[in-house]
Design a protein around this ligand. Sequence first.
Ligand code: HEC
Length: 148
Amino acid sequence: MNKAKKQVGLFLIAACLGSVALAHGGVTNPAVMARMEAMKSTGDAMKVLGTMAKGARAFDAAEARAAAADVARFAAQTPALFEAPEDDPKAEALPAIWERFEDFTAKAQETEALALALSRSLQTEDDLKAGLMQLGASCKACHSEYRK
Ligand code: HEC
């Protein structure tokens, strides 16, 4: 992979994880809290992959595969966690989710499929970087349409 591509990838990760810190502080609706917690855990798993890709954490293929499996697991839960149109003053979910729930579900499935494939195939640092770039783009594809 060339350098420019790598940087795009790392940028996407940063875009995904940006302003994460306790975005869900003060949420009172438990259903909203549950979906935010799942997203936060997804973000934590992505952070493991991202810090490894940047070299801030030693590359470990097994650990990276486990983190990708975590992302797949949370993505699999996403449609059920968001199905009811729950709201909270602190929620960042947009009403479009429930107007186009099929598309929202498809986007979650896309993330799940990419993460699952990565959790099975990842062996080298290049696999990690390429997979992370695709995964990061899939998070962003949903956030840019369905998250404030
Ligand atoms: C199918 C759509 C979708 C996909 C795919 C998705 N997200 Fe989200 N994400 C959301 C929505 C919607 C919210 C806002 C939830 C709310 O405020 O109720 C959110 C919120 C978050 C938050 C903030 C949680 C908090 O504490 O408030 C993080 C972190 C996050 N997502 C990370 C990720 C990462 C990393 C990925 C990819 C691996 C990802 N998301 C994939 C829809 C998605």
